[in-house]
Design a protein around this ligand. Structure first.
Ligand code: XMP
Length: 511
C-alpha cells in the first residue's frame, strides 16, 4: 500500500530531521530529500504537501541553495520554514532583507488574519525564532498572516495557491502551538488523512516480508540493542520459525543483558535464538591489550568470526536481516553528503554469511518510531527503551586491560547507576548514562580500614544524535544515592566521580 506522503526538502537546517519526525508523529508519512530535487522529480514523487526546511544560508549568497521555481506551479501545497519561507518570498517576487540584529529565541507572535494555518491557535502565542534575514515584503497574491515585534511577516500565505511561509520554527517544542500549526498545514491545507500509524505499519510490513521471504530461510544477528531486537521481532512475526537469530555472548555485556535477551526472545516470543558462548574467547584475545582502537578491532574481528561459525552451522540462508534505520540512509542538505555511521556493530557480517538478499524492515523509520514499533509488537520497556550501547560494550568503559574482576566491578556499579536513574524517572530523558572503570586507584577509609581501590566515574549525557552532547544535570540527591550505593555495595570501588564534560571537547565514551 502506498501511503499518502509529504516531502520535506532539506536546505541544510539543523532541525531538518526534527521536522520530518513531527510530521510522522502527526500520522503522515514523509521523506527528507535533498533540496536539489527537480520539479519533475517532485511531481513523480506525488506528495500531498511539501515542506522547505530552514538552512544556514542567506537567499542572496551565491552558493545558497534554491528551489526549482516550477515547484510552485505543481498545485501541491507548500510550507516554507525559516530559510524556506525566505526562499518562497525571494522566488515569487517578495523582498528579503538583512536585519541589523538577528532575532533569536522565544518571541511572541500575533495573528492579524485568520487562515487554515491559524485554526485552534490563540491570537498571540510564543514561538522560537532563529534568523537574521527576514521577509520585508510578501509576494503578490500573498497576505501577511502574523507578525512579531521585529518581524513583519512571521507567517504569510496565499490561500488560493496553498503556499505558506513561517519565519519561526514550528517544529521545536519552544514554539507553543508549533505542532498545531504543522497539523493545520497537513490536515487543513494538504487534506491529509493520517494513515501513518504503527499498527498499519506492522500489518503492512508483515505482509510485505511474508511475500518477499516466501518459504526462504532468514538469519539475523541479535545484539540486544533496540534496532536489531525490533527488526528480528517484526520478521519473526512475519515468518516465525523460518527466522534464526544468533546472539553472540562476548562476556562484555552489562549486568543481566544476555539473560534478558534469552528470556524475552527465546522463552517469551519462542524465537529460534542461538546463543554463542564466547566469553572466554574474547577475554583471552583481550588479555594484555590496553589501546582502545586495538580493543575495538579485536572485538569487531572476533565477533564476525564467532558469528560466521554459527552461520556455517545453520548453512546457506536466503535472507540476512539488518537493523538499518532511516537516519542511516538519508541523504542530507544539497545531496552531496550522506550520513555515515562511523561505528557499525554488524557492518562486516554480509561478507561472511552465505545469503542472497538483505532485509531491512526498519529502513523507513526514525529511532523514536522504532521504539513505538517495538511497543506495538509487545516488547518490554527494558528492551524498547534501552540506551544505545557501543558494539565493544564494557570493554571500552574499562580503561586499560579488560579483566574478569574489573568487568565484575563495573557491571555492579553500572547496574546501580542505571537502577537509580530509572527510579528517579530520568531514564527516558537522558540519552546515555553508564559507569566507567577508571584505571586510577585512590586511598579511602572504609570501616576504620585504609583501602586502596578503584575510582568509578559516572557518565550521563543528553544528546539528539550523539554527534554533540551535553552532560546531564542529574540532581545531586540522585548522584548521592548512586555514590553511596556503589561504595557500599560494590567490591573494589571506594570513590565515585561525575564527568561534567560536554562533547566536544570530550567524546561520550571514555575510550
Ligand atoms: P563517542 O564516544 O564517539 O560516541 O562520543 C558516540 C556514540 O557512539 C557510540 N559508540 C560506539 N558504538 N561501536 C559502536 O557500535 C563503537 O566502537 C562505539 N564507540 C562509541 C557511543 O556509545 C555513543 O552513543
Amino acid at each position: 500500500m502506498q501511503h499518502e506522503r509529504v516531502l520535506v526538502l532539506d536546505f541544510g537546517g539543523q532541525y531538518n530531521q526534527l521536522i520530518a519526525r513531527r510530521v510522522r508523529d502527526l500520522n503522515v508519512y514523509c521523506d527528507l530529500k535533498p533540496c536539489t530535487m527537480s520539479a519533475e522529480e517532485i511531481r513523480a514523487y506525488a506528495p500531498v504537501g511539501i515542506i522547505f526546511t530552514g538552512g544556514p544560508n542567506s537567499v542572496y549568497d551565491e552558493a545558497s541553495p534554491h528551489v526549482d521555481p516550477a515547484v510552485f506551479g505543481l498545485g501541491i501545497p507548500v510550507l516554507g520554514i525559516c530559510y524556506g519561507c525566505q526562499l518562497i518570498a525571494y522566488t515569487l517576487g517578495g523582498k528579503v532583507e538583512h536585519a541589523a540584529a538577528g532575532e533569536y529565541g522565544r518571541r511572541t507572535f500575533t495573528f492579524c488574519k485568520d487562515s487554515p494555518l491559524s485554526a485552534g491557535i490563540p491570537q498571540s502565542s510564543t514561538c522560537w525564532m532563529s534568523h537574521t534575514d527576514y521577509v520585508s515584503a510578501v509576494p503578490a497574491g500573498f497576505a501577511v498572516l502574523a507578525s512579531t515585534e521585529s518581524c513583519p511577516a512571521a507567517v504569510f500565505g496565499d490561500e488560493t495557491r496553498r503556499i505558506y511561509g513561517v519565519q519561526f520554527h514550528p517544529e521545536v517544542v519552544h514554539s507553543e502551538y508549533g505542532n498545531k500549526l504543522l497539523e493545520n498545514f497537513l490536515y487543513r491545507v494538504c487534506g491529509a488523512k493520517g494513515d501513518w500509524t504503527m499498527k498499519n505499519y506492522v500489518a503492512e510490513q508483515v505482509e510485505r516480508i511474508r511475500a518477499r521471504v516466501g518459504g526462504g530461510k532468514v538469519l539475523c544477528a541479535m545484539s540486544g540493542g533496540v534496532d536489531s531486537a525490533v527488526a528480528a521481532t517484526l520478521v519473526h512475526r512475519a515468518v516465525g520459525d523460518a527466522l534464526t537469530c544468533v546472539f553472540v555472548d562476548h562476556g562484555l555485556h552489562r549486568k543481566n543483558e544476555p539473560d534478558e535477551v534469552m528470556s524475552v526472545f527465546r522463552d517469551g516470543l519462542g524465537m529460534n535464538l542461538v546463543k554463542a558462548d564466547a566469553q572466554a574467547l574474547f577475554l583471552d584475545k583481550l588479555a594484555g591489550v590496553t589501546e582502545p582502537e586495538q580493543k575495538r578491532k579485536i572485538i569487531g574481528a572476533e565477533f564476525i568470526k564467532v558469528f560466521e561459525q554459527e552461520a556455517k552451522k545453520i548453512g546457506a540462508v536466503d535472507f540476512l536481516v539488518q537493523g538499518t534505520i532511516y537516519p542511516d540512509v538519508i541523504e542530507s542538505g544539497k545531496g552531496e553528503s550522506a550520513v555515515i555511521k562511523s561505528h557499525h556493530n554488524v557492518g562486516g557480517l554480509p561478507s561472511v554469511v552465505d545469503f542472497k538478499e538483505i532485509v531491512e524492515p526498519l529502513r523507513d523509520l526514525f529511532k523514536d518510531e522504532v521504539r513505538r514499533l517495538g511497543s506495538e509488537l509487545g516488547l518490554p520497556d527494558a528492551i524498547v527503551w534501552r540506551q544505545p550501547c557501543p558494539g565493544p560494550a564494557l570493554a571500552i568503559r574499562i580503561m586499560g586491560e579488560v579483566t574478569p574482576q574489573k568487568l565484575e566491578t563495573l557491571r555492579e556499579a553500572d547496574f546501580i547507576f542505571r537502577d537509580e536513574v530509572a527510579k528517579a524517572g530520568l531514564d527516558k530523558e537522558i540519552w546515555q548514562y553508564f559507569a566507567v572503570m577508571t584505571d586510577c586507584k585512590t586511598v579511602g577509609v572504609q570501616g576504620d580500614f585504609r583501602t586502596y581501590e578503584n575510582v568509578i566515574a559516572l557518565r550521563a549525557v543528553t544528546s539528539v544524535d550523539a554527534m554533540t552532547a551535553d552532560w546531564a544535570r542529574i540532581p545531586f540527591d540522585v548522584l548521592e544515592r548512586v555514590s553511596a550505593r556503589i561504595t557500599n555495595e560494590v567490591p573494589h570501588a571506594n570513590r565515585v566521580v561525575y564527568d561534567i564534560t560536554s562533547k566536544p571537547p570530550a567524546t561520550i565514551e571514555w575510550e
